[in-house]
Design a binder for this molecule. Structure first.
Ligand code: SAM
Length: 196
């Protein structure tokens, strides 16, 4: 409970400073984080990119489910979250950087494509050009048998239809978490003809 309150207060401070990029009133609830992990699946041999990490609530569930911390590349643009992320996940690759430039950071670390991308980025509230640059990065970084999981508070799909068409992806509504504040839908994107 104490940890939850500390997380919420850390989150609120950043929200007041940068409402557009934080895009949520509090960290995602446990049910939503678990649904994200369940949708993307756990594979100890794969590298995972997580973008929009915040206080690390989704990361916590990934690690608890068995993803090795070393396999995690955690991107967060808000400097105020970085110290606590490094303390919580000392073996993970915590990257203080903008998701628009993920490939540049990963190349410097010797990482090419990955097969799992987990995003909590507030796509609907980001400027259009930023959202489009980040989707371009997803496309460049995702292996052909890869998957992307994304939650949204919106009724509609989080990414524009053109992103699916251009990249030959299919989207599946993986879960709806009514108990989250606000309620959220988890979407899973896979390449066409690949099992989800
Ligand atoms: C809705 S919060 C999600 C936080 C956490 N994953 C959760 O579920 O509670 C979105 C996060 O994305 C981060 N963010 C926004 N734009 C970003 C960008 N361009 N690159 C990296 N992180 C970004 C924000 O700082 C914020 O921590």
């Amino acid at each position: 409970m104490r940890k939850k309150i500390i997380d919420a207060s850390s989150f609120l401070k950043k929200l007041v400073k940068s409402p557009q990029s934080i895009g949520a009133v509090m960290p995602s609830g446990k049910k939503l984080c678990c649904a994200m992990v369940q949708a993307i699946g756990v594979d100890e041999d794969q590298l995972y990119i997580e973008v929009g990490v915040g206080t690390g609530v989704v990361t916590q569930e990934l690690v608890a489910a068995g993803v090795p911390e070393e396999n995690l590349y955690l991107f967060e643009s808000e400097e105020g979250f970085i110290k606590e992320l490094k303390e919580k996940f000392p073996k993970a690759n915590v990257i203080h950087g903008d998701a628009q430039f993920m490939q540049k950071y990963l190349t410097a670390l010797g990482v090419g494509k990955v097969s799992r991308i987990i995003s909590s980025l507030p796509f609907k509230s980001l400027p259009k050009s930023v959202a489009s640059n980040i989707l371009e990065q997803f496309d460049m970084l995702l292996k052909k048998d890869g998957k992307i999981v994304q939650f949204t508070y919106a009724v509609s799909e989080p990414y524009p239809t053109s992103f699916k068409t251009i990249n030959n992806l299919v989207a599946k509504r993986a879960a709806y978490i009514a108990q989250n504040v606000p309620p959220a839908t988890v979407w899973l994107y896979c390449h066409r003809n690949k099992p989800s």
